[in-house]
Design a protein around this ligand. Structure first.
Ligand code: SAH
Length: 468
């Protein structure tokens, strides 16, 4: 089994620092089930490739205690794919051989480990139960470009059809630790098999390695289920913990309280919702998205407007969505209204096909919750891939904060805000985004405008230039 990792980062040979493996040496490591060898087929400044060759000992496998095989049939000892495919054996090898790189540590060059670089992983044979569709559903939301070639069962007997084995290339611009973590978790998920006993400790491992990405991954349920070998109790526990963490991070339902208190003095929320509803109505939009819909305040205002034939609320927080559902009395809505309104969990940090084909999107008081690398992804997710004709974005104007008596100087309006922008900052961001993605943009103040510091909320209305 061969895994190759390449980069074109300059100088590409820095990959050696990141992996803690010198490009000029071949190194071998003994593992409980065989040998791992690391070497560099190519180590140039422009391009560098590290290879991890895993040599699983098939005889050793047979001698190991029962339960080492994917297939439980009589000849399994003799006809096993395990030595030749990317599976949980390779995950273990990555964890042993590249342990520092996997955890994002780089003693000599700590900055380098933090840097996103162009990376390519090539897996010589990857078993995919679920086929190319699942392969893409697992890796594409994480930003990967996936190339996959399926192998026939036997090239001499085409009638036998296709096998479940693929040669796969994954390309992404990310940290090396992210690439390794994604491979570590998702290879056994695709294989839908593990060579070892899975218990409580496996939940911890999943949550540790899925820390930054799993809570928002659209396939989190199937990932957890397969990773935990379909054990229902473990899967339930893992998902509950995952969502709890997710809620803690983005629990707007309680955190929004502070912001409401700060802004409440001037009834800002109502003014904002009215301005956004008006912009959506004016545009003639029929099918609209409310992205980061929170507890559904905007949805509630849009629902009585018959112009909107389909209204979608998306939020990363399951808890916020549950509250939205309750507040909108979703269960008691007439069937016709239920058909107009859809709520689903999703993240603006991931490309999502469900967001395509709408007339308009509102993103109300959400961007300031995204940290800057996420903001860049959000721009592509919304303006490049979903690309509705109209996009309305609102965000606080930080200049106005001095006017809020109950806000301490220097504080943001909300604990979870990653930034708050001045009018200049927001406008230059919006103009740049509009230019890059083919939109025009106009700005509107929301709330009482102060001569010196402007309005409390700023709104940008983007209109796509070209019909798609
Ligand atoms: N638009 C709502 C809520 C604003 S609070 C309103 O105006 O009332 C910000 C919301 O953005 C929260 O509900 C939070 O869960 C959501 N959010 C934060 N990061 C997100 C992401 N990456 N994708 C989708 N929603 C996100």
């Amino acid at each position: 089994m061969l895994l190759k990792i390449s980069t074109t980062y300059s100088p590409a040979t820095d990959l050696g620092y990141l992996l803690h493996k010198h490009p000029e040496r071949m190194q071998s490591f003994g593992l409980p089930f065989g040998q791992a060898h690391v070497f560099y087929p190519e180590a140039r400044v422009e391009n560098c490739t590290a290879a991890l060759l895993l040599d699983v000992d098939p005889i050793g496998l047979v001698r190991r205690p029962h339960g080492q095989f994917a297939e439980n049939f009589a000849l399994a000892q003799y006809v096993s794919d395990r030595p030749y495919v990317a599976s949980s054996f390779l995950s273990v090898a990555i964890a042993r051989v590249f342990s520092s790189a996997l955890s994002g540590k780089c003693k000599d060059r700590p900055q380098l480990a933090e840097t996103v670089i162009p990376l390519k992983a090539e897996l010589s044979i990857l078993p995919c139960r679920g086929g190319e569709k699942l392969l893409r559903r697992l890796f594409e939301p994480l930003g990967y470009t996936v190339t996959a070639e399926q192998h026939s069962l036997d090239p001499h007997f085409p009638d036998w059809g296709q096998s479940r084995y693929w040669t796969v290339t994954l390309e992404n611009t990310c940290r090396l630790s992210e690439l390794l973590t994604h491979l570590y978790v998702l290879m056994p998920v695709l294989d839908d098999e593990k060579h070892y006993w899975v218990g409580e400790a496996e939940i911890e491992k999943l949550l540790k390695h899925g820390n930054d990405w799993l809570a928002e991954h659209p396939e989190q349920e199937s990932i957890a289920r397969r990773y935990l070998k379909h054990q229902r109790r473990l899967t339930r526990e893992a998902l509950a913990q995952l969502r709890e963490e997710d809620i803690q991070e983005t629990d707007e339902a309680t955190q929004a309280q502070e912001e409401t208190e700060v802004e409440g003095q001037i009834g800002l929320n109502q003014l904002r919702l009215a301005a956004v509803t008006e912009a959506l109505k004016q545009s003639g939009a029929k099918r609209v998205l409310d992205l980061g819909c929170g507890e559904g305040k905007l949805l509630r205002k849009l629902l009585p407007e018959k112009q909107f034939e389909e209204i979608v609320g998306m939020d990363v927080s399951h808890r916020a969505l549950r509250i939205a559902q309750e507040r909108l009395h979703y269960d008691r809505l007439p069937e016709k209204e239920k058909k107009r309104l859809h709520l689903f969990q999703g993240s603006l940090g991931y490309q999502d096909k469900r967001l395509a084909g709408y007339d308009a999107a509102a993103v109300i008081e959400v961007i300031e919750h995204l940290d800057l690398p996420r903001l860049a992804t959000f721009e592509r997710v919304l303006f490049e891939f979903a690309c509705p004709r109209l996009i309305v974005v609102t965000t606080p104007n930080i200049e106005y904060n001095v006017k809020f008596e109950n806000l301490q100087a220097g504080n943001f309006r909300h604990k979870d805000h990653r930034f708050e922008w001045t009018r200049d900052e927001f406008e230059s961001w919006a103009v740049d985004v509009a230019k890059r993605f083919g939109y025009t943009v106009v700005f509107h103040p929301i709330g009482p405008e102060d001569e010196n510091v402007g309005p409390p909320t700023q709104m940008a209305v983007f209109t796509r230039k070209i019909d798609k």
